[in-house]
Design a protein around this ligand. Structure first.
Ligand code: ADP
Ligand code: ASP
Ligand code: MG
Length: 403
């Protein structure tokens, strides 16, 4: 007998037919003598629809009520799936975040799961029941409903796999695994059979939304093996685990992209010690995460230009902090939110020289201008004009033998 956490994403539970299909998958899994905890997302599009409703009232909708609103999407799916299971003769029961309770810490919309009580659910599992639990949410120490960030049902699944000491955590979704790049955008993308936690963490943090990055981080920290597989086909999925014998035969494992960055340049800023600290300290105090930074060498040693990137939805806050910063003198601030970040990721990059040059050459062959660069041991990211995103991914995918 093994204990499994199965997570079903939005598309997998997007219609009544699909919920019934998921119920059949669970019935089959349980029938093979397994104990099943199912984590569900809201039906596809639901969370976005709820966000839109809140925006119709205010762009600054009350944070507590925002989480109450957003958490409702998963409640609907829980009840429908439990009902569908009962309807086909499987003992099943849904629990809401506050009934368990799933305890979280941190601010609204961005909390993290710290603990939950397992006793009632474990008893139900032992009694051949299937437990259905909402992803993406919890309650705070003072009893308020919280949510844990977009795509957060992945993180719920991993946290529950850890707390319930599950043998495996399976992520059921609308693609049949992790691919070398987004297969819905680049059809020649190839499925990866096995991938290390490190590479998956880079890919997901750089935009591959097939797994949420904080979920991968938790899985890596507690060594919880994951499998990403399709709800709609029986094809073998992708195993994500702590790979000790990584295959270094390929320098690059995947190409990821995101369109949620923005670039800010401060032109003609005084060039003297402490200026970078004066610029970035107030941003960091306001929880704005600066990603890449480029400072030009000033020709006259008096003024310079400084460019950095941030998340796009923090652009207006960033500009207003800069404009109100009395510690810095500059000529002009310019910004561009029509940029995207394209990255190559691969554990094999560590031991292969010339990857950087190869990436830059490939982009220049396509006449794509690089606006900013950042590197780490196993990734290389560039900021480019948003209109060139697909062209860049296609070119890099071919250049690094991934087609
Ligand atoms: P779910 O609703 O099941 O959580 P998501 O939409 O969050 O599903 O994630 C699955 C999607 O991730 C796919 O439909 C695909 O478009 C996208 N994706 C991006 N990069 C990749 C990749 N490298 N491999 C597979 N899917 C990817
Ligand atoms: N429903 C939430 C979202 O759309 C959580 C999830 O699907 O993982 O972000
Ligand atoms: Mg997801």
């Amino acid at each position: 007998m093994i204990k499994k956490v199965l997570k079903f994403g939005g598309t997998s539970v997007g219609t009544i037919d699909r919920i019934q299909h998921v119920a059949n998958i669970i019935k089959k899994e349980q029938g093979s003598n397994n104990r099943i905890i199912a984590i569900v997302s809201a039906m596809s599009g639901k969370t976005n629809e709820l966000i839109k409703l809140s925006k119709n009232i205010s762009n600054d909708f009350n944070k507590r009520e925002y989480d109450v609103l957003l958490s409702s999407g998963e409640q609907v799916t829980c009840a429908l799936l439990a009902g569908a299971l009962i309807n086909i003769g499987v003992k099943a029961k849904s629990w809401m975040n506050w009934q368990i309770p799933i305890l979280t810490k941190g601010e609204h919309s961005n909390s993290r799961i710290i603990n939950l009580s397992t006793e009632k659910i474990d008893d139900f599992l032992k009694d051949n029941g299937v437990a259905i639990i909402p992803g993406f949410q919890g309650i705070s120490e003072n009893g308020d409903v919280t949510t844990i960030g977009r795509g957060g049902s992945d993180a719920t699944a991993v946290a529950l796999a850890k707390i319930f000491k599950a043998d495996i955590c399976e992520i059921y979704t609308d693609v049949d695994g992790v691919y070398s790049t987004d297969p819905t955008k680049i059809p020649v993308a190839k499925k990866i059979d096995n991938i290390s936690f490190d590479e998956m963490l880079e890919l997901s943090s750089l935009g591959a939304k097939v797994m949420q990055s904080s979920a991968v981080q938790t899985a890596m920290m507690y060594d919880i093996p994951l499998e990403v597989k399709s709800t709609f086909t029986n094809r073998k999925g992708t195993k994500i685990f702590n790979q000790e014998n990584i295959d270094y035969s390929k320098s690059v494992t995947g190409v990821a992209y995101s369109k949620d960055d923005a670039k800010v340049s401060i032109l003609g800023v005084e060039d003297r010690p402490g200026i970078a600290a004066n610029i970035f300290e107030p941003l960091s105090k306001s929880q704005i995460n600066v990603d890449m930074v480029i400072q030009n060498i000033s020709s006259d040693q008096k003024i310079t230009d400084l460019t950095f990137t941030i998340k796009r939805d923090e652009l207006s806050k960033t500009i207003s902090i800069l404009e109100n910063n009395k510690q810095i003198k500059y000529q002009k601030i310019v910004h561009n939110d029509k940029v995207s970040k394209v990255s190559i990721v691969g554990a094999g990059m560590v031991s292969t020289p010339g990857i950087t040059y190869k990436m830059f050459r490939a982009l220049s062959d396509e006449k794509i201008n690089i606006l900013a660069i950042s590197t780490s041991e196993i990734k290389l990211s560039v900021i480019i004009d948003e209109t060139n995103t697909l062209k860049a991914i296609r070119k890099l995918h071919t250049t690094f033998d991934l087609d």
